[in-house]
Write a protein that binds this ligand. Structure first.
Ligand SMILES: Cc1cc2nc3c(=O)[nH]c(=O)nc-3n(C[C@H](O)[C@H](O)[C@H](O)COP(=O)(O)OP(=O)(O)OC[C@H]3O[C@@H](n4cnc5c(N)ncnc54)[C@H](O)[C@@H]3O)c2cc1C
Length: 427
């Protein structure tokens, strides 16, 4: 072979090498593209498997918490009948929002306290405080009751809506849910003529306490349509109407202990209204009220004997006119009212009356005049671990719609946060 032939052979070899290299690179790229494609498919399949569509009915305390908790793994839509979210939150704690309490015990929940504690232990008061701190609400504590540092309930509502926005949760306002039906493996939710479908449904419509704040009791109809039993719904945390004419006491406030049947004793400031008695201790009692008599102890920090001796001393040193010996001890109007039928001071009788002043209760405030309602969806038909219905898979309940209620002091909102979180996380 001559020199030209050698050069030709080398050139051909070179071309072949380059072709092989190009093919090899092409193959590499093909393999790489196939790998990426299969990774993408796997991801889509994985996401498709996990991502579900959740609808929450009601943008109240429990509904917004449920939506926040559900948002990680789901596409979440909240349907709210009012033009704004959390209208009731704005009214809580006299506009300050007592959103939880540093002390929570089983006795702070009524009736189904055992069920309530199982749910509460999955999202407790410390979780609530940490959740709100993260959402921008610094906690201020007053006698165990937790408020936003600014003492503005609006801050709590706004922090929740802002959090839902960041979590890509959609809230549709002025969407009143009118019916719910089962569709395939999920639900069809109707708002008049508009229809929404979802895999999981969280009913967080609240109870019947204060219609103007969104509580119409509609959620009970949804629950009933799925076969759920509703425990009789009654107004809770409300005033007690009194048979006696107490008009002259209107506006009087005093510290006292109240009891309904000698067992449920609550102490704090009570308020006399024209025909009723209110204040936190009376409201606490109203949720449990079964007896017909209300007993007021105007001197909870004095034993009866001690009070009798003090009244005797006053009779001797100050006056024999019954109501006068009470000056400085009891509100003047109350003293005159209690002592009106007693001509001369009878220390023993008076001490007895002041330690156990009896009033006959004719009824409680109605649904427009209460903070919560008692009763609701029977807890024996709900799993406390998930808040899912035992009667229908994929259906969850949260908040006041459930037959759980708490004392004044942040326990009802805590129930809303705990049950909302558990329902949302499990959906
Ligand atoms: C005056 C007042 C003061 C209170 N203060 C305190 C307090 O300081 N601390 C405390 O712990 N608790 C307090 N409570 C109680 C507490 O506010 C409630 O227990 C709690 O808000 C219940 O939350 P929820 O999510 O279950 O219901 P809600 O807050 O009532 O929310 C239910 C939502 O569902 C919506 N909805 C209802 N039906 C439909 C439908 N068909 N379609 C679409 N949307 C619907 C409603 O419009 C509403 O927004 C107070 C209550 C009142 C009335």
């Amino acid at each position: 072979m001559n020199a030209t032939g050698v050069v030709m052979t080398a050139a051909i070899k070179n071309v072949r090498r380059q072709v092989r290299k190009r093919n090899w690179l092409k193959q590499l790229r093909r393999q790489e593209r196939a790998k990426i494609r299969s990774q993408k498919t796997a991801k889509i399949q994985k996401v498709g498997k996990q991502m579900g569509k959740v609808i929450v009915i009601g943008a109240g305390a429990s509904g917004m918490m449920a939506a926040a908790a559900a948002s990680g793994n789901n596409e979440v839509l909240v349907l709210e009948q009012l033009p704004e979210a959390g209208k009731k939150i704005l009214a809580t704690g006299n506009g300050k929002c007592n959103f939880t309490n540093t002390n929570v015990a089983e006795s702070d929940f009524h009736g189904n306290s055992d069920f309530a504690m199982k749910v509460y232990n999955r999202f407790n008061n410390r979780d609530t405080i940490a959740f709100f701190e993260k959402a921008g609400i610094k906690c201020r504590v007053r006698e165990g009751m937790c408020y936003p540092y600014s003492f503005q309930a609006k801050a709590v509502r706004d922090a929740l809506t802002a959090l839902l926005y960041r979590k890509a949760v959609t809230i549709e306002y002025e969407r009143k849910v009118t019916s719910v039906a089962v569709k395939d493996n999920g639900f069809n939710v109707m708002c008049g003529n508009e229809s929404y479908s979802c895999d999981k449904l969280i009913v967080a419509t609240g109870g019947k306490a204060v219609k103007s704040l969104g509580s119409t009791g509609f959620g009970y109809d949804i629950a009933k349509s799925f076969g759920h039993k509703i425990i009789k719904v009654k107004p809770g945390l409300t005033r007690l109407y009194i048979k006696e004419n107490i008009k002259e006491l209107k506006g009087v406030r005093c510290i006292a202990s109240v009891s309904a049947n000698g067992i449920d004793i609550e102490t704090g400031e009570i308020i006399f209204l024209e025909d009723s008695v209110s204040g936190i201790p009376v409201m606490q009692l109203s949720s449990l009220f079964e007896g017909r008599k209300l007993y007021i102890d105007f001197f909870p920090d004095m034993r009866k004997e001690e009070l009798k001796n003090e009244l005797l001393r006053r009779t001797q040193e100050i006056s024999v006119k019954t109501h006068r010996i009470l000056i400085g001890l009891l509100n003047e109007k109350l003293a005159a009212y209690i002592a009106k039928d007693m001509k001369l001071a009878d220390a023993a009788k008076l001490a007895g009356m002041l330690k156990s002043f009896e009033l006959e209760v004719t009824g409680t405030g109605d649904f427009e005049d209460c903070q919560i309602c008692t009763g609701g969806v029977d807890v024996s038909e709900i799993y406390p671990e998930t808040m899912e219905s035992k009667l229908h898979r994929g259906l969850y309940f949260a908040g006041e719609i459930v037959d759980v209620d708490g004392r004044c002091g942040g326990y009802n909102l805590q129930w809303a946060w705990s049950s909302g979180y558990v329902a949302g996380k499990s959906s």
